[in-house]
Design a protein around this ligand. Structure first.
Ligand SMILES: Cc1cc2nc3c(=O)[nH]c(=O)nc-3n(C[C@H](O)[C@H](O)[C@H](O)COP(=O)(O)OP(=O)(O)OC[C@H]3O[C@@H](n4cnc5c(N)ncnc54)[C@H](O)[C@@H]3O)c2cc1C
Length: 410
């Protein structure tokens, strides 16, 4: 260990991807410090849909992820699974149906002359979408359990699917372990049950990290890949990150009889409820708190694994209303993951104003982790800002600088 060592804080999918990409580019020591078990926090709790939609250049970041995941699935070291499902956003109101129809027409405008007019339309850019009137759903899909008579209109996105595994949460743990196994094979180390408790900065540069137990390790760089804990880790080096938190509950419903067909992911446009048929016998129901229900910055460690009663009631009521087969299902598990939100909802990756302190903070991390890892590795090892620099640098937010802005100021 020494000044060239790179310490990565956090052993979720983002930290594992950072370690993998670093280990592909450098022989310098790369050590991931994870205070619990690997892939046991947000990544473990994710429903883990992946799809390439979105505005430039973020959809290209997601495409990079798809290409890498194709390689992983072609020759897996762990046991990841993928299920192509498509995604159906349904509305039971006429107004909602009109909104979905408008979104589809804006997103389908391939003329290139008109950028998406709103953030919601931008989400649908660069990916096929199809508006389907409620009365046509049964003409086009096998959807026996969906109460199509309630649906006024729907938006279908075919290029969507789930990453899954056999763990309790049917999540993307094994996909994250692909990064871990490949990074290990390249020489990266993963130290579990080891928390980073301090980051020493001297003369504006990161010098050492301190571990619980009191050990001090000299490092040249530290990558914050601590998911919802990134704000507190960056604060150890004196940086206040512009992030907020969204606690997102998941309810696991076991069907009385497995479905003999697969269903798309169904999102209610009229509520914040998502229905994820993760397995033929298990449906995960999610509830995403709206803007007015969010509390901004939280202590992620204080968020328990039981959702507020009103979230559970709303989620299950909507799910049963749309899919009555769920009325006979048993609620077998529930958990809460803490999402990370940046001011523009996009990843923050790369250099900061503190020399050697590097960020890898993102929502939708199953989709963005590959590209974030690649960007961090290219900046740290090659000094290459990458084509994504303006889109992901923390310096795009007022009051923040990074390696480039600090250099040019000198
Ligand atoms: C319900 C839910 C559904 C989701 N669905 C999707 C989806 O469909 N598609 C998608 O792309 N994304 C989805 N996400 C988001 C995705 O799960 C996250 O963006 C991603 O898992 C974040 O990964 P991470 O590695 O940054 O964080 P984490 O997985 O939380 O890993 C961070 C790690 O850092 C460790 N750590 C923290 N502090 C320290 C310290 N001081 N020292 C050492 N270790 C530390 C923690 O123990 C933790 O293991 C979902 C999230 C939730 C909650």
């Amino acid at each position: 260990m020494g000044d060239s060592a790179i310490g990565v804080v956090g052993g979720g999918i983002v930290g594992a991807s950072v370690a993998y990409h670093l280990s592909e580019r450098t022989d310098d020591p790369v050590i991931v410090y994870e205070r619990g078990d690997l892939v046991s926090a947000t990544t473990f709790r994710a429903t883990a849909m992946i799809g390439v939609a979105g505005p430039d250049p973020y959809h290209r970041m997601k495409e990079y992820g798809f290409r890498l995941y194709n390689d992983f699935f072609a020759d897996p070291e762990a046991e990841p699974r993928y299920r192509q499902s498509g995604r159906l956003r349904v509305s039971t109101t006429e107004r909602g149906a009109r909104e979905l129809e408008t979104l589809a027409s804006v997103a389908s405008d391939r003329s290139g002359t008109e950028p998406p007019r709103s953030a919601s339309a931008a989400k649908y850019a660069n990916s096929p979408v199809d508006y389907v009137p409620g009365g046509k759903l049964r003409d086009r899909f096998v959807l026996p359990p969906l109460r199509t008579e309630l649906v006024e209109g729907a938006l279908y996105r075919p290029q969507y699917g789930y990453v899954q595994d056999d763990s309790r949460t049917l999540g993307p743990r094994e996909l994250a372990m692909e990064f871990v196994e490949r990074a290990r094979a390249n020489g990266a180390d993963f130290e579990t049950n080891t928390a980073v408790t301090d980051i020493a900065v001297e003369g504006d540069a990161v010098r050492r990290i301190e571990l619980d137990g009191g050990e001090t390790v000299p490092v040249g760089s530290v990558v914050c890949a601590a998911g919802p804990w990134n704000a507190e880790v960056a604060a150890l080096a004196g940086l206040d990150l512009p992030v907020e938190h969204v606690p997102s509950p998941v309810f696991a419903l076991k069907l009385a009889d497995p479905l003999p067909y697969s269903l798309p992911m169904i999102k209610s446009h009229d509520s914040s409820v998502g229905i994820h048929p993760k397995r033929d016998d298990t449906v995960l129901v999610t509830y995403t708190p709206g803007e007015d229900e969010r509390e901004g910055r939280l202590d992620p460690s204080a968020v328990g694994d039981t959702a507020p009663d009103e979230y559970r009631t709303t989620a299950i009521r909507w799910a049963e209303r749309l899919l009555p087969v769920l009325e006979d299902a048993e609620l077998v598990d529930e958990w809460v993951g803490v999402g990370t939100n940046t001011p523009d909802g996009k990843p923050i990756a790369g250099w900061t104003g503190v020399d050697g302190l590097v960020l890898a903070a993102t929502r939708a991390g199953i989709q963005y982790a590959p590209a974030v890892g690649d960007i961090v590795a290219r900046q740290l090892v090659d000094g290459d800002p990458t084509e994504y620099y303006d889109a992901v640098s923390v310096s795009r937010f007022d009051g923040y600088e990074d390696g480039r802005t600090t250099d040019s100021a000198e």
